[in-house]
Design a protein around this ligand. Sequence first.
Ligand SMILES: *Cc1c(COP(=O)(O)O)cnc(C)c1O
Length: 366
Amino acid sequence: MISSLHRPTKAIIDLKAISKNIQTVANHLPDQVKVWAVVKANAYGHGAVAVAHQVESQVDGFCVSNVDEAIELRQARVKKPILVLGVVLPEEVYLAKDYGLTLTIASLEWLHLAKQLGTNLSGITCHIKIDSGMGRIGVRKQTDAETLIAELKEQGVFVEGIFTHFATADEADQRQFEQQLDFFNNLVTSLDHCPPVVHASNSATSIWHADTVFNAVRLGLVIYGLNPSGRTLEMPYHIEPALRLESALVQVKEVPAGTAVGYGGTYHSEQIEWIGTLPIGYADGWTRDMQGFDVLVDGQFCQVVGRVSMDQTTIRLPKEYPLGTKVILIGKSGNQSISATDVAEKRGTINYEVLCLLSDRVPREY
Ligand SMILES: *Cc1c(COP(=O)(O)O)cnc(C)c1O
């Protein structure tokens, strides 16, 4: 989708805040731990290339979810290692060689398919993924991991790393986390030839289990300044949200009591009211369930009234405001603020999804 530059709706990204957040987290990790910035899904909506350029000198590498995201970074002249976290089918392995990417290899079956297809794996660098209890991708048995590593080496693959992913590092109940950690620890320590880079920590693990990092971390949400647990666990230190979402009033009108607003006529003004319209809607990722939520105008909360349309949202203003008045949807205005976590709570989802759903139509300004 082309981004809509000629309307007052935009996401403003504070790249310095991202750098600072990385530094803050790294300061709380043991020395010598490698730090990778996770910039999948367009850096959680912040712009993968801009974020990668900003932080490349600070980090040891990047993680993305698929080959196309990695190629985008290489085409933008990002030089540091890039680990593709998802499964890349053997047919696409040549791209890893062309672009110098590190692949995740997550099953013996994958290797057998590659052999069957005659895929040339020689010269590839990979990390082995262990499923320690997430139930998603990864090898579940120590013996399979051992076989996979040996067979990959035979094929001329450099097995640089081995890693796992926790399902509950952001939760108060530690039981599943401990089980996964034990499983991974036992597996790794019993390997005849353990790859040099061992990693298990996403943001939540890096924040609340800083003692259990192996020798690298994969930092996603926290570098963008949000708490990966929402409000379940408290951040042990301050991080700064890097994204602000703003728009502006493009129409302001006074309506008499009983005026219907929006599709379906779901809202009727109770008295004489000022209704403002913003050029943002669900096609921008400002979803329909934002009806009844608030935005900030002039440091005051103003309710979203009527349905959110594809391209427009209507709000109730306390008084008349001039056209062009700034409206904050995520961020600070005066003494008030609305966070992506607040938006997520209203939607019954997580702050990750709120950021990722901001569509390409919203220009990112740095
Ligand atoms: C997305 C992802 C991360 C980063 O997760 P955050 O919670 O955003 O830090 C780390 N590892 C894997 C395998 C992931 O898919």
